[in-house]
Design a binder for this molecule. Structure first.
Ligand code: DCT
Ligand code: MG
Length: 368
């Protein structure tokens, strides 16, 4: 029952500012204090998610639970928490009470109500205090150490860096975020390398930096050439140019699987380590290691590669889920297939969104 006299202009203003979020005044019961009840499309790829987050305390709590689940190899739970956090990141204002979230997808069984009512939740607090979680955080904070290695060390009784050193394991760099300025400096070097070994070859900064993030855990680049086929064999040339020419800033490279899921690993890919001037955390030497992820794509697949490597990870997951569940299509970083296995070509990201029946979402609003 829509409440009489409800100021419609409030609704209009919010809809104008946030085309993906609508308010549901009909949900308001007579006598209840006026609260905005949020209504949000269920897939993150149907929404705009900028870096501006009005619900950081809630999304921080959910991200912590997601991280703990991921570190413990509970992927399903991790995704559920990530989806819930992404949904709250898209809201136009801070949530004041659980009743505003009534009926929203993804927010079911979590500790949200408890956090809203008490400011925290027992699960969040017990996770924060958990020795295992703390050890996993410290150990995976070492450059190149993932959840599996950290878990093995913990089972061997190693919980912190001191015990790690005492155990005789080699001591690695602590992961530190890469700044935008550092990413720009690395871009200039990669740009020079790429255009030196193949005239006309182009690079694009992808990943979090393309979405406007001020820092990241690595720097991601996509490389192509406007003439199909000219990009073949480019990666080894780029890498040897970097090794020869930039001995001071280029440390090493290794071939790329390891990280991405199977639908992303068919590109020529190279995980490189650049040396940047060090910080106080690594006083034993003057530089620190920074991951640089290079991917080469033929121009015919470039739009798919650009969309696939821009992220965020949840946005990509939701795009693929939308394509499969809602459109009967299959989306990868190479192509879009419809259910009859017809390849839908695309020259731009805009065309791919159109094929998928989605409104275009610019990179800066893919921060789900
Ligand atoms: N990607 C993906 N699924 C994965 C891994 C990566 O879809 N499992 C895509 C989306 C982001 C892009 O690759 C780059 O990956 P990351 O560097 O891990 O992500 P990021 O958003 O750039 O994060 P950060 O800013 O921390 O580097
Ligand atoms: Mg990145």
């Amino acid at each position: 029952s829509m409440r009489a006299g409800r100021p419609v202009e409030v609704l209009d203003r919010h809809q104008l500012q946030n085309p993906n979020v609508s308010l549901c005044p009909q949900e308001l019961q007579a006598g209840e204090p006026e609260v905005e009840v949020f209504s949000v499309p269920s897939y993150a790829c149907q929404r705009r998610t900028s870096l501006e987050n009005h619900n950081a305390p809630l999304t921080d709590a959910l991200s912590l639970l997601a991280e703990n689940a991921e570190l413990n190899d509970e992927e399903g739970r991790g995704v559920a928490f990530r989806r819930a956090a992404a949904l709250l990141k898209t809201l136009p204002s801070a949530v004041m009470s659980a009743s505003q979230l009534r009926g929203l997808p993804c927010l079911g069984e979590h500790s949200l109500r408890e956090i809203l009512e008490t400011g925290t939740s027992t699960e969040v607090e017990s996770t924060k205090g958990s020795e295992r979680f703390k050890a996993l955080k410290v150990l995976t904070g070492i450059f190149g150490v993932g959840a599996k290695t950290a878990d093995r060390w913990i089972r061997e009784g190693i919980h912190d860096l001191h015990q790690l050193r005492a155990s005789g394991q080699h001591y690695a760099d602590i992961n530190q975020p890469v700044t935008r300025a550092e990413a720009d400096a690395i871009e200039a070097i990669v740009e020079k390398a790429v255009s030196s070994v193949l005239r006309g070859a182009q690079i694009v900064l992808t990943g979090g930096f393309r979405r406007g993030k001020p820092s990241g855990h690595d720097v991601d680049f996509l490389i192509t050439h406007p003439e199909e086929g000219r990009e073949e064999g480019l990666m080894p040339k780029v890498v040897s140019w970097l090794e020869k020419t930039t001995r001071n800033s280029y440390l090493e490279s290794k071939d790329g699987p390891g990280r991405p899921p199977s639908n992303m690993d068919r590109f020529e890919r190279c995980l490189s380590i650049f040396k940047l001037p060090g910080a106080a955390e690594t006083p034993q030497r003057a530089w620190r290691a920074v991951r640089v992820d290079l991917v080469v794509s033929p121009i015919s697949q470039f739009a798919f590669a650009l969309l696939g490597w821009t992220g965020s990870k949840l946005f990509e997951r939701e795009l693929r889920r939308w394509a499969g569940h809602e459109r009967g299509m299959s989306l990868s970083s190479h192509a879009l297939y419809d259910n009859k296995q017809v390849n839908e070509g695309a020259a731009s990201e805009e065309e791919i969104f159109a094929h998928l029946g989605l409104e275009f979402v610019p990179p800066s609003e893919r921060n789900a």
